[in-house]
Design a protein around this ligand. Structure first.
Ligand SMILES: Nc1ncnc2c1ncn2[C@@H]1O[C@H](COP(=O)(O)OP(=O)(O)OP(=O)(O)O)[C@@H](O)[C@H]1O
Ligand SMILES: C[C@@](O)(CCO)CC(=O)[O-]
Ligand SMILES: [Mg+2]
Length: 388
């Protein structure tokens, strides 16, 4: 039997990093997905008694005999899909040493934490069943668009769908959402996966990937934002690689060194995110209101970027994007963990297509990659392939 699941990436409109320290943040899902195909053997002939993980985006395949899985992760014998549990530091370190056998190329070394996350989720949710799992993504990996969360959410969704622990309708055609209870459980498991990749995640990325749309998030609590404002953002990928875990840890270190100053920075971000959320929530479609709201949002983005600089997570490539877009009177801020990765630029509703083309042309000439993605679409979805 085969199930497919997909989960979207995200942009953070305001509040990244500060959200890890209890401030509010605003995020939206984007129409770029990570997809998982999970196939359990349907007959003994099919069953070669191995667990295989194929990561298409990096061209790597991992495979373990089920006997080895039981040795590495003995909890797989008594797994309980209904109660999400945290993988201990000790177990993470142990699995990382086991993965040394695969000689993961240096350029893809960050993938190891994704594989640990996969193994933890798989053995916790499906125990030690043989299976073939294939992951592919439309998202750039490690660029601030929530690829790690989309990875963990889509895996958790596919695994839960075949676990027997959530109700799923096998008879529906096309992509369907899970019921609320199953969504909550997938989100909790994905958070456990994110902990392995991020160290200390706030939970905003897995939450927006699971539930989709526009959300405000603070101290683990989600508020859905209903907005009729058409927010248009240009996403520019600086293509400078970075690692969210290291950046989150560096902000925590800075907070230890300057607790009062950093607490004030986080408090300022909290005000910015709350104001951002209330503007997009209350917006009307009258031209004057739209322009006024866009000006306010643009100022909040500028302030948020300044505070992200205070946290030490901007980068020369990000500053170059900011300077280029400023030439066209456009405001930008980094999105996600920063340190490279992606930058958002607000595209006002009345901005002409000619100007947009010019900005994109100039950014691409600098070697950056521009993406235009739909904001605020669906979250986690699944579908069954009845032929298998
Ligand atoms: N499609 C994928 N295939 C394999 N591993 C993936 C995939 N997507 C994400 N990962 C894992 O997630 C890691 C990247 O996560 P990281 O949190 O650093 O970046 P991000 O999630 O793209 O950005 P941000 O957290 O700032 O939104 C990869 O190194 C890998 O371990
Ligand atoms: C940098 C951060 O705030 C967002 C990464 O997309 C980390 C997190 O909230 O887990
Ligand atoms: Mg991430």
């Amino acid at each position: 039997m085969e199930v497919r699941a997909r989960a979207p990436g995200k942009i953070i409109l305001a509040g990244e990093h500060a959200v890890v320290h209890g401030s509010a943040a605003v995020a939206a899902s984007i129409g770029l997905y990570t997809s998982v195909s999970l196939r359990l053997p349907s007959s003994d002939v099919d069953n070669d008694d191995t667990l295989t993980l194929h990561l298409m985006d990096v061209g790597l395949e991992f495979s373990w005999p089920i006997g080895r899985i039981k040795e590495i992760l003995p909890h797989s014998v008594n797994n309980d899909a209904s109660s999400p549990t945290t993988c201990s530091e000790e177990t993470i370190k142990f699995i990382l040493t086991v993965l040394e056998d695969f000689n993961i190329p240096e350029a893809n070394i960050g993938i190891a934490s994704g594989v640990v996350s996969f193994l933890w989720l798989y053995t916790s949710i499906l125990g030690n069943k043989a299976a073939k799992v294939i992951v592919s993504s439309e998202l750039p990996l490690g660029s601030g668009l929530g690829s790690s969360a989309a990875f963990c959410v889509s895996l958790s969704g596919a695994m839960l769908a075949l676990s027997g622990s959530v109700e799923v309708d096998f008879d529906q055609d096309g992509w369907v959402s899970f019921g609320e209870k199953a969504q909550q459980l997938a989100n909790k498991w994905a958070f456990e996966g994110e902990k392995i990749i991020h160290g200390k995640p706030s939970g905003i990325d897995n939450t927006v990937s699971t539930f989709g749309n526009l959300i405000k998030f603070k101290s683990g609590a989600l508020t859905c934002i209903k907005s009729n404002m058409t927010l248009k953002m240009l996403i520019t990928n600086t293509k400078v690689g970075r690692n969210t875990k290291a950046l989150v840890a560096s902000v925590a270190e800075r907070k230890k060194r300057h607790p009062d100053a950093m607490t004030s920075v986080f408090a300022a971000v909290d005000f910015i995110s709350n104001e951002f959320a209330s503007i997009i929530q209350s917006s009307s479609n009258f031209d004057d209101d739209v322009t006024n709201n866009e000006q306010r949002i643009s100022e909040l983005m500028e302030m948020n970027q300044g505070l992200l600089r205070c946290m030490g997570v901007s980068h020369t490539s990000i500053e170059t994007v900011l300077q280029t877009t400023a030439k066209y009177d456009l405001t930008s801020k980094l999105t996600g963990a920063g340190g490279g990765g992606c930058v958002l630029t607000l595209l006002p509703a009345l901005l002409s297509a000619t100007v947009i083309d010019k900005v994109i042309g100039e950014l691409e000439q600098d070697g950056f990659q521009c993406l235009v993605a739909e904001i605020g679409g669906n979250g986690l979805e699944f579908r069954f392939d009845r032929r298998s």
